[in-house]
Design a protein. Structure first.
Length: 175
């Protein structure tokens, strides 16, 4: 059974990871989430992401790929896959998203790795997003909440689950 938002937040607390969660109306796009910024820790200076869940093209070998990118980053899926050394990929279907990360479309998040068995999903993190912000913001498994976490706390959480987050160096994002 997939982890709940409350269970996820309890795991963070048990690890002593600072996290601040804000409830809000559900958001489905980066544009919708921008209206929330003033209410979140770090506000407009905090790091905000877009998250892409990809699978090997044509049911090829290898794990799925979760790419966590600075929200203004513009990169093609093929260029992203090349940068991550992932081979050819395509967007994963909603069923895979729910099976592996335990989330629905619109709530893709690195916190979903709590539901993924180690090795089933590679997670690559935009190095600029993780380096340039004191806080980064993600949905805690549902898109009606946003959790602010320090980048080092996110890395520690992912590692505590048996995942090896990989930094991904990309050109500076637009905007």
């Amino acid at each position: 059974m997939a982890e709940t938002p409350a269970g996820l937040l309890a795991r963070l607390a048990a690890l002593g990871i600072e996290a601040i969660t804000t409830e809000h109306a559900p958001v489905f796009t980066v544009a919708e989430s921008q209206a929330l910024r003033a209410k979140l820790p770090g506000g407009t200076d905090g790091g905000h992401s877009k998250n892409l869940f990809l699978r090997p093209a044509k049911a090829g070998p290898g794990p799925h790929l979760l790419a966590v990118l600075e929200e203004t980053r513009q990169v093609s899926v093929n260029a992203l896959a090349r940068a991550a050394g992932a081979g050819r990929v395509e967007m994963a279907p909603a069923a895979a998203l729910q099976d592996l990360l335990g989330v629905l479309p619109g709530a893709v998040t690195p916190f979903g790795m709590v539901n993924a068995p180690p090795g089933a999903v590679r997670i690559v993190l935009d190095a600029g997003l993780m380096r340039d912000h004191a806080w980064v913001h993600f949905h805690p498994l549902v898109n009606s909440m946003t959790t602010a976490i320090r980048p080092a706390g996110l890395l520690r959480f992912l590692e505590s689950l048996g995942h090896r987050p990989e930094p991904l160096e990309l050109p500076p994002p637009a905007g």
